[in-house]
Design a protein around this ligand. Structure first.
Ligand code: BG6
Ligand code: MG
Length: 222
């Protein structure tokens, strides 16, 4: 494969923001008398803000009007933003920065493909905004993962074909989106949880361009 573009999901791949989403959803759940556990939080990974709220309401057995739901999602987001505004470069997950540098030095383009409407805010906080050739976030797309829109748009913005594109994702919906975009998905996390990926890595700590090239050549153990 002639690798030209690497698209990264943001939450769970570049930074671990799931913990902040959890704290903010939990605060809302408590106010509403809903029990919300870290296990429940797993279901929200890669899922849009409104869909996350629907899952929370489903757990609590509550049905609300759209207007009320908008209001609750807004409250949750205000708390979430308080957490992310405290973030800095120390929250970039291990190995991400050297990998991004390696890709850039090799002339391979990089992009963000995230469901989050806060993606730019987070990238600014951690100082990574200028590291990416394209940033596609929840404000630019109308269809959530597993729809391929978020990844297809990133590649088309850069004029790169999907067969030359690799996607790093920590959520099953994102792996499916990459497959539907006809790109090569690589999972970040637990191979028991992520299916359909070309390969699953635990993180970027001992991972770089040579390892990626070996995976793409189909020689994962070398
Ligand atoms: C995804 C997260 O990246 O963004 C989800 O994995 C989150 O957990 C979604 O719900 C939307 O994020 P935001 O910042 O727009 O509420
Ligand atoms: Mg993610």
């Amino acid at each position: 494969m002639d690798l030209q573009l690497v698209i990264f999901d943001l939450d769970g791949v570049i930074v671990d923001t799931a913990k902040y989403h959890f704290l903010a959803w939990k605060r809302l759940a408590e106010e509403m008398g809903i029990e919300f556990t870290p296990r429940d939080n797993e279901r929200l990974k890669g899922v849009s803000r409104m869909r996350s709220l629907d899952i929370l309401l489903e757990i609590g057995g509550k049905a609300l009007s759209d207007v009320h739901k908008e209001q609750l999602a807004g409250r949750k987001n205000a708390w979430y933003v308080e957490y992310i505004d405290q973030m800095d470069a120390s929250e970039i997950l291990p190995g991400v920065l050297p990998f991004l540098d390696e890709l850039r030095e090799a002339g391979i383009k990089t992009a963000i493909g995230s469901a989050s409407k806060n993606a730019r805010r987070i990238l600014d906080r951690i100082g990574l905004t200028d590291y990416f050739d394209a940033i596609v976030d929840g404000n630019l797309v109308s269809k959530a993962k597993p729809d391929p829109e978020v990844f297809s748009l990133g590649a088309s913005m850069l004029g790169i074909q999907p067969e030359h594109t690799v996607v790093f994702e920590d959520a099953q919906a994102g792996i499916e989106a990459a497959l539907r975009a006809e790109m090569t998905p690589i999972g970040v996390g637990d191979p028991q949880v992520l299916s359909g990926a070309r390969h699953v890595i635990p993180g970027f700590a001992s991972f770089g361009l040579p390892e990626l090239e070996r995976i793409l050549q189909g020689n994962n153990n070398a």
